[in-house]
Design a protein. Structure first.
Length: 433
């Protein structure tokens, strides 16, 4: 429930602090799903949220953080859309969003849904009729943009139908369109005297009082972050006034700091699951860096229940990078994790070529949730090689034109450089099946 108006009760939050700092802070206990997946979650305590179900995927309430993406095909090209979703499924994508710009696209949804395994969320802007049609076509969730879906009667109709069909709504804000809500007639009608105050009196997100750079009087919060937080809480208030609370929230800014502030802020004022992302973050390199910092910082604080890495590029990269972010924080596990040294003048084998080949061969299967998870070290020389290789399940420490193979902490045999990749693949497959 959103507490933006009254903000009296302590926010049931978080935190990414060490256990000695955590006393008195309500956090989410390690869920059965996490335990079953063998995840330890390190020292990250996740923010407590209510559970929302997108089809069979549970979001929030301690469920593993899900990775989602968005199709880049036109929905009316049903064949191409299904093909892309199936490819993403094979990479581990758990939720797919499809843009619905017109009625024909909405009508394509039932056929697409029949052919895929993962839940599908319809992405709706401007035209509320498209949300109604998408729900009728059997989608698992709807994303509404408060920046351009502001017709009161239409929202009421969507909420009624979503409620009847048990479909959650994601209140999905972006910095590029948030002003649409802030200037809308509906907003002025709902909050005639003044906007819902974004009170800074809620408890700090961390026991040490740190508010992520946001002072008690609100100064320090970026303009974008404030707008996103404000708009989302107002829209959520409106949905709640209709007795609807099957809600998720996303607050994506193209600015990393604003994204972090907005999510931190809203995380302290409601219990809805949060879908994390930095929007319009650019091509692969830029998007990876911005998302790793934006999404990663929030995850470290226990904030976030599902993620999408937005990339100007193939959606396959969005899934790959999404998993890598989660894996780097111990929040999800890939089947095969490769750690490799950067190489230097001491290296006498071609580490870059070996790792690239290995990654190419194992890319797809390393995302499969089936089988054992294993960690592989590919190291250039004896400086750090044996140490890292012994810490991993399998490892190679390079010598002159050869590598020593390590397995379960022990040195096993010497392999000529030309055979390192094939031997490693064989060993990895044997261990991870
Ligand atoms: S492991 Fe050896 S080759 Fe690799 S970076 Fe370190 S010193 Fe250089």
């Amino acid at each position: 429930m959103c507490r933006a108006k009254i903000e009296i009760n302590p926010a049931p939050c978080i935190e990414g602090t060490r256990s000695s700092d955590r006393e008195g802070v309500l956090t989410q206990p390690l869920s059965a799903e996490y335990k079953r997946a063998g995840l330890t979650r390190g020292w990250i305590n996740r923010r407590r949220t209510k559970a929302v179900w997108l089809g069979k995927v549970k979001i929030g309430d301690g469920a593993p953080i899900s990775v989602q993406s968005m199709t880049k095909t036109v929905a009316t090209d049903i064949k191409a859309t299904i093909k892309q979703i199936k490819e993403l499924e094979a990479l581990g994508c758990e939720i797919i969003r499809v843009a619905i710009p017109n009625h024909k696209s909405a009508l394509a949804l039932s056929q697409i849904k029949r052919e895929i395994k993962i839940p599908i969320e319809a992405d709706i802007h401007f035209n509320p009729e498209l949300a109604l049609e998408s729900i009728k076509q059997g989608v698992d969730g709807i994303r509404l943009n408060p920046g351009n879906i502001t017709d009161k009667e239409a929202i009421i109709e969507i909420v009624k139908l979503a409620h009847r069909k048990h479909i959650p709504i994601r209140v999905g804000l972006n910095s590029g369109s948030v002003n649409g809500w802030l200037r809308s007639n509906l907003r002025h009608q709902l909050f005639p005297r003044k906007p819902v105050p974004l009170s800074m009196s809620h408890p700090p997100l961390r026991p040490d009082g740190y508010r992520g750079g946001i002072a008690k009087d609100g100064s320090g919060m970026t303009k974008d972050g404030k707008s996103l937080a404000q708009a989302s809480l107002e829209y959520v208030n409106f949905l709640e006034s209709l007795k609807f609370n099957d809600i998720m929230i996303s607050l994506k800014s193209s600015d990393v700091i604003s994204t972090i502030y907005a999510y931190r802020y809203v995380a302290g004022l409601c219990e809805y699951p949060l879908h994390l992302g930095v929007t319009a973050s650019g091509t692969l390199d830029d998007a990876t860096i911005k998302s790793s910092i934006g999404i990663g910082s929030l995850l470290l604080e226990g904030i976030g229940d599902t993620i999408r890495v937005s990339i100007t590029g193939p959606p396959h990269d969005e899934v790959r990078i999404g998993y890598k972010i989660l894996q780097s924080l111990g929040l999800r596990r890939q089947k095969v994790e490769i750690i490799s040294c950067p190489t230097c003048g001491r290296c006498e084998i071609d580490i870059i070529k070996i790792v690239q080949k290995l990654r190419g061969i194992l890319e797809k299967e390393s995302l499969s949730p089936k089988g054992n998870s294993i960690k592989v070290a590919v190291m250039g020389c004896v400086v750090n090689g044996p140490g890292e290789a012994m810490e991993c399940d399998i490892g190679i420490a390079g010598g002159k034109d050869f590598g020593f193979l390590f397995k379960n902490g022990e040195r096993i045999r010497k392999i000529p450089e030309s055979k390192i990749v094939t031997e490693l693949v064989k060993e990895i497959r044997a261990l991870s099946l």
